[in-house]
Design a protein around this ligand. Sequence first.
Ligand code: GRF
Length: 190
Amino acid sequence: MPRIAVFASGSGSNFQALADAASSQKLGAELALLVCDKPRAYVLERAQAANVPHVVFEPKQYLSREQYEHDVLHVLEEYDIDWIVLAGYMRLITPVLLQAYEGRMVNIHPSLLPAFPGLHAVRQALDYGVKVTGVTVHLVDEGMDTGPIVAQQAVVIEPGDTEAELTARIQAVEHDLYPQVVRRLVSGKR
Ligand code: GRF
């Protein structure tokens, strides 16, 4: 079975969806590792509860992003990781990891890319006044939320939606979509 590492920096609701899918044999992969760059992130508690091994890094202690990623890469090799699944990992990826995992690193973003990349994508969509937004899963390159799109799903914005309401509907779509797309990708399909 392919072995995946999830990278996350925050609450980890997508990590949870992936862990739940893995434990009910619906991921087609083993969730072999959580890589976290925030020592106090809630996702670490989720990993503990789900019995998923985790490593925590403090990128600020490194002189460069590349040096940090060399250490991450070393751990990925130790755990024999085949795929990197970014889920709310709040950093750009450098060529160190990109070259090692070319075509085997995926990200999820809460908008229909290329609209509204970067931070606060849900708020950006509300501020712009679009009527439809959604979720994108894409392969990762050096850019911010760029890279070939693998899957998208639309979410309709209702009149009067707050950021919290819209975020909740988008996240529900993410939690359903991401495990399905990861399953497809690790099985070798696009
Ligand atoms: C998700 O909305 C994802 O699309 C974005 O960051 C958020 C992470 O949420 N990249 P969570 O930590 O998985 O709850």
